[in-house]
Design a binder for this molecule. Structure first.
Ligand code: SAM
Length: 213
C-alpha cells in the first residue's frame, strides 16, 4: 500500500528527497506568480520541506498535507510554533499562525479543509505519485484548489535508467495533465543534483501554470 511505502521511508530515514535549504527554483520563480502578503499557497505532499518556512517568510498563508505526522510536527517545532491539533475525520490538522498542515492522505482532503488557494507549489509531489495515479492526482489538485496558479518542480529523465519514485514527468505529461485547465510555461530546467543527477542525467524542471479561466 502506498502509505506503508512512504511511512517506511520516513521510519528508516530514507528521505533523500529532503533538501537542506529552500529549493532555488522556488525562490527564483515563485515571485513571478505575483502574490502579496496574506494570500495563500497550498503545498501538496509537503514532507518537512524548508520550502514551507520560506513561503511563511513571504507573509503568505501556507497549507500543506503529508502522510507522515512526525514530519509535520518537525516543521512546527523548528519554527518554534506550538500548533493547535484537531482531528478532522481521517486527517489531523496542525495549525499555528499562518501555517496549517494536515497529516494524512492527500486524496482525503476537501476544499473545505484548505479554503481559498491562490497558488499551488508542487515540488517532488507529482513525481512521487505512481504513473497510474497521476490523472487522479491532477484532477484532485484542480478540484480542491480551483484551478489555481501553480509552480510545479519535477524531473525529466530516461525512466529505463531508474525506478521511481521520483518518476520522470516530462513536459508532454505535464501538458497532458494540465493543458485543459492551464497555460503552461517552462520557467527553467537545469541538471539535477544528487543521486538522480548522477544516475540518469535527470533534468530538474520548473513549470509555471496559469489558469485558463
Ligand atoms: C518525494 S517526497 C517530497 C516531499 C516534499 N515535497 C519535499 O520537497 O521535500 C513525497 C512526499 O509525499 C508524501 N506522500 C506521498 N503520497 C502521499 C499522499 N497520498 N498523501 C500525503 N502525503 C503523501 C510522502 O510521505 C513524502 O514525504
Amino acid at each position: 500500500m502506498e502509505q506503508d511505502f512512504w511511512q517506511a521511508r520516513w521510519r528508516e530515514n530514507r528521505i533523500g528527497f529532503h533538501e537542506d535549504a529552500p529549493n532555488t527554483l522556488l525562490t527564483q520563480h515563485f515571485p513571478k506568480l505575483g502574490l502579496h502578503a496574506g494570500q495563500s499557497v497550498f503545498v501538496p505532499l509537503c514532507g518537512k520541506a524548508l520550502d514551507l518556512d520560506w513561503l511563511c517568510t513571504q507573509g503568505l498563508q501556507v497549507s500543506g498535507i503529508e502522510f507522515n505526522q512526525g514530519a509535520v510536527e518537525e516543521v512546527f517545532a523548528r519554527q518554534g510554533l506550538e500548533p493547535e491539533v484537531i482531528r478532522q475525520g481521517d486527517l489531523i490538522c496542525f495549525q499555528a499562525g499562518a501555517l496549517t498542515l494536515f497529516a494524512g492522505d492527500f486524496f482525503a482532503l476537501t476544499p473545505a479543509h484548505i479554503g481559498q488557494v491562490d497558488v499551488i507549489y508542487d515540488r517532488a509531489a507529482l513525481v512521487a505519485v505512481k504513473p497510474e495515479d497521476r490523472e487522479a492526482y491532477a484532477a484532485h489538485i484542480n478540484r480542491i484548489a480551483g484551478p489555481a496558479q501553480q509552480l510545479l518542480v519535477g524531473f525529466d529523465y530516461d525512466q529505463s535508467l531508474m525506478e521511481g519514485p521520483p518518476f520522470s514527468v516530462p513536459g508532454e505529461t505535464v501538458r497532458a495533465l494540465y493543458q485543459e485547465t492551464h497555460a503552461i510555461t517552462l520557467a527553467e530546467e537545469r541538471a539535477a543534483d544528487g543521486r538522480i543527477g548522477e544516475r540518469c542525467n535527470a533534468l530538474e524542471q520548473a513549470w509555471l501554470l496559469k489558469p485558463l479561466v
